[in-house]
Design a protein around this ligand. Sequence first.
Ligand SMILES: Cc1cc2nc3c(=O)[nH]c(=O)nc-3n(C[C@H](O)[C@H](O)[C@H](O)COP(=O)(O)OP(=O)(O)OC[C@H]3O[C@@H](n4cnc5c(N)ncnc54)[C@H](O)[C@@H]3O)c2cc1C
Length: 300
Amino acid sequence: MISIADIKQFFKGEILVNEPLNKHTSIKIGGPADLLLLPSDKGDAINLSVYLQQNGIDYSVIGNGSNILVSDAGIREIVINFEQGLKQIKLVDGLVEVESGVMLARFVDFCIQNGKQGVEKLAGIPGTIGGAIVMNASAYKYEISDYIVDVEVVRNGKLIRVKKQDANFAYRTSAFLNDIIISAVFELPDGNIDEMQKTRIEYLQKRNLTQPLNYPNSGSVFKNPPGNYAAKLIEDADLKGLRIGNAQISEKHANFIVNLGNAKAEDVLGLIQTCKEIVEQKFDVYLELELKLLGFGKSE
Ligand SMILES: Cc1cc2nc3c(=O)[nH]c(=O)nc-3n(C[C@H](O)[C@H](O)[C@H](O)COP(=O)(O)OP(=O)(O)OC[C@H]3O[C@@H](n4cnc5c(N)ncnc54)[C@H](O)[C@@H]3O)c2cc1C
């Protein structure tokens, strides 16, 4: 691995050594990263990303850690996070330009305040713009990609802009799985600010009623199979409430696994495996993970 002295030659941001990643994941699980790098601004993020890719150095990017499971052993490579340094958002000629470390809730609020409509229903998704674009986050039939113009990424060691039509957006996926997202541009229609505020509140309340927000979790564990719902399949397989260690299939929403207190990644993996096996046995349906696994080796 690259040394801290080498990194400091071109990197101005914060370097955290042996940083516990349970502090950086919404489910509060995950061992340490050897190095967690927090770029200070966009230029710093680009320099770092280009350097890592051009020199073939292994790395992982995390956003707000709201759709990842990090292994108990942690990650033996560089982990990058943009929440500190990539926080700019602005309106330029009617387009919203936003850096990848901005939280979705702040992005939605900015759009509403500027009379830009279309993303209000995404307000309760607890991710960053970068994570939301990679995952093509969606809620109530609205996808983050709906109003994207283009995305600025570091790919194969070069900074490029990828137009929406080249981004392969689909259900909870995109063409950006191996890129580092720096920023994005959105073009949203004009809307009525009061109506948008109302929509945002209404959908935040819906979310509170259906999701187990009282326990740490990492959102939906599985993608919904075509024409079906992962939560329904898991519930129909009598797995709701099943517990391994302190990880539990939520009593409130069966496609969520909650951390009842100091749960281990291994416990969560055990529940994931059980859901996959039993649902396949009972209903002949394959459950594909939505959650991204980090630090579990190449098979992840
Ligand atoms: C309570 C709760 C409710 C949720 N509800 C929804 C929902 O309604 N709809 C929905 O779609 N999701 C939902 N999620 C899941 C999650 O919030 C989204 O997928 C979110 O977009 C992930 O963003 P993040 O910044 O947390 O990314 P992370 O979870 O940190 O990362 C997700 C993936 O994106 C990659 N990544 C992150 N940032 C970058 C970057 N800058 N460049 C390149 N790769 C990057 C990571 O490597 C990883 O592969 C929910 C999660 C929780 C905990």
